[in-house]
Design a protein around this ligand. Sequence first.
Ligand SMILES: Cc1cc2nc3c(=O)[nH]c(=O)nc-3n(C[C@H](O)[C@H](O)[C@H](O)COP(=O)(O)OP(=O)(O)OC[C@H]3O[C@@H](n4cnc5c(N)ncnc54)[C@H](O)[C@@H]3O)c2cc1C
Length: 387
Amino acid sequence: MNVQYSIVGGGIAGLTLANLLQKNNIPFQVYDKSPAINPKGHGFIIPQEGLVILSEILDWDQIIRKGNYIHLYEAFNDRGELLASIDTGGVFAISRPALLESLYERIDPANVHFNKEIEQVTVKGQQIRAIQFTDQTIIRPEMVVASDGVGSMLRKQIFPTSNLESVGYHEVVCTIEHPALVEFLGKRLLKFHHHAGGRAFGMLKISPTKLIWYVQFDTQRFPLQAGSATALKQFIEENFGNWCAPVQAVIQASDFQNAHHWQLFELHHLPTYAAGNTILLGDAAHPVLPFTSQGVVSAQKDAKVLTELIKSKTDQETLFSTYSDTRMAEMQEHFENGKAMMNNFLLPLKQQSVGIPMSVKIPAGNLRRAFRSTSQNPPPSGINVAI
Ligand SMILES: Cc1cc2nc3c(=O)[nH]c(=O)nc-3n(C[C@H](O)[C@H](O)[C@H](O)COP(=O)(O)OP(=O)(O)OC[C@H]3O[C@@H](n4cnc5c(N)ncnc54)[C@H](O)[C@@H]3O)c2cc1C
């Protein structure tokens, strides 16, 4: 008989896996703490590799209509002077709720259970024997997929020595509806960098009517305590309010009730992505810095690699080690890229090797053709560009 996979966490990783398993007639159940598909969240960039996985499971024409292709990345300084202009080769921007909805739509609703927040986990060795949810229901899973996000409770149970550590920058993200600004942005991602480094403001269209903006800031130089919408507004106005016109226009059009202060972490001391009867997927296994734009696509690739291994009917030991080794090797590269991008971002703009942040491989030709940085260093070939 086929093993049943209990997927705990119905975010991007969990729902991508559920779609892939369903397509291959592999039994699964999804459990998520939200009362329904979570409408919270803003949006992200999905590189080509992620689009290929999505096209396997979703109605592609429908998805395209919900998001926006970004063809051009333009970097500016805070005065609005152009530093670089890069053909991205086509990456896709979409809001998190729109992508979640589309992923959920295709799954048999009988297999998705909401209001299932983990309360207690019974573990023997590294085997999860039972999970009790706050509604007092209990499951006794055969195989667990821990896709419960960056703060994963399941990971903490199985790997108690793994720990999250804050990194030296934070983000504030917000979505706004503004037809004129949306039209102005079109297929471009604009990013403005402060001349002294450590502060950046990005904006892009993520749907026919909405744009997302985000700021990145060095928390040492620009500390922001978790706080109210008023405190967020004040922080943004103080640190970005006198920048060039597009930044000012976006700030003025924003409702800060809708803004989210995002604290960022690195995960340390996780020896493997699969142990006992549990497989870690997505942010539960490997939070990555948003600079790399790899959060969503890495979760999608975890789901794809795992599905292919399950389909191959390999024994559990080989499945666990192959999954873990393959995914860990790739993630290591993104961790290193993320760190390098963060360090670069913290430097004064003139010392930054490239005033560009997306760990998405952009062909070297696209960069060389368009690069107009004030930096003396031309970009190396096949560079990772970060957002
Ligand atoms: C509400 C929310 C908003 C986000 N907004 C953005 C954004 O605007 N931009 C961006 O780049 N990234 C955002 N992210 C993160 C982004 O979705 C992930 O980095 C990436 O997609 C990897 O997906 P994931 O499925 O591993 O994690 P997530 O997408 O974080 O999914 C984790 C899932 O696990 C569930 N869960 C967590 N704890 C428990 C528990 N104890 N019991 C049961 N279920 C649990 C959550 O409800 C969630 O559905 C957001 C995440 C969340 C949860």
